[in-house]
Design a protein around this ligand. Structure first.
Ligand code: ADP
Ligand code: ADP
Ligand code: ZN
Length: 214
């Protein structure tokens, strides 16, 4: 089963993707994580992408589609893919169709996480992750059970993204509205869009997604 998690920055895509990996043995394919990996490694793609990401604008369609294609090639054919943060434009949606066809795969569900825009800035500015395993946390909504210790791996180092500031978030929201939300009708026509209330608690959102996946 291959699915897309769609929603604005801070909607909870990464949080839910990590849970789907644990519960259903699926694999998260996050272009944001891939790009941050490329920036950290100083690859040519990373060098190109860094300034664009710091501004909260979108990296080129070609770059992200190539990253996704490579990950799918490396992945087992029986492992379900969770596309997180991709596709973000109509061109990327078309590329994804081609890439999936080439890999003999197809989309089963597009899950739209519906959230109040007002809540997103607070979600994003309070976000932090484990520096060791990447588990996601929040200053207000999801502190580790024991303060300063990762629930998943016990590490004590955490990090925050340089683009998780209010100014950049506003640009990312504008990009979402202008370029990403308009791709929903492509999937609505195919009858594969499921709306989930992203303002519910993290556990409730997981339950709602599980109900869609059946
Ligand atoms: P996205 O990947 O869509 O940008 P994240 O999954 O990283 O979003 O979530 C953004 C922040 O909001 C994280 O700090 C996360 O812990 C928190 N969060 C995610 N889902 C919820 C929720 N349903 N309620 C409250 N906080 C949430
Ligand atoms: P978010 O919390 O907004 O979901 P991501 O981690 O998905 O953040 O993306 C961080 C940044 O990486 C984006 O603002 C953008 O610059 C770049 N990026 C990630 N995925 C894509 C994509 N599919 N197309 C273009 N740019 C992307
Ligand atoms: Zn950890």
């Amino acid at each position: 089963m291959d699915i897309i998690l769609l929603g604005p920055p801070g909607a909870g895509k990464g949080t839910q993707a990590q849970r789907l990996e644990q519960r259903h043995g699926m694999q998260q394919l996050s272009t944001g994580d891939m790009l941050r990996g490329a920036v950290k490694a100083g690859t040519p793609i990373g060098l190109k992408a860094k300034a664009v990401m710091d501004r909260g604008e979108l990296v080129s369609d070609e770059i992200v589609s190539e990253l996704i294609d490579a990950e799918l090639t490396a992945m087992g054919a029986d492992t379900g893919a969770i596309f997180d943060g991709y596709p973000r434009t109509a061109a990327q949606a078309r590329s994804l169709d081609e890439i999936l066809a080439r890999h003999g795969r197809s989309l089963d569900h597009v899950i739209e996480l519906v959230v109040d825009e007002d809540a997103l800035v607070e979600r994003i500015t309070g976000r932090f992750t484990c520096a060791n395993c990447g588990a996601g946390y929040h200053d207000t909504f999801k502190q580790p059970a024991q303060s300063g210790v990762c629930d998943e791996c016990g590490a004590t180092e955490f990090k925050r993204r340089p683009d998780d500031n209010e100014e950049t978030v506003r640009t990312r929201m504008v990009e979402y509205r202008a370029k990403t939300a308009p791709i929903l009708p492509i999937y609505e026509e195919r009858g594969i869009v499921n709306r989930v209330d992203g303002m519910a608690s993290i556990d409730e959102v997981t339950e709602a997604i599980d109900a869609v996946l059946g």
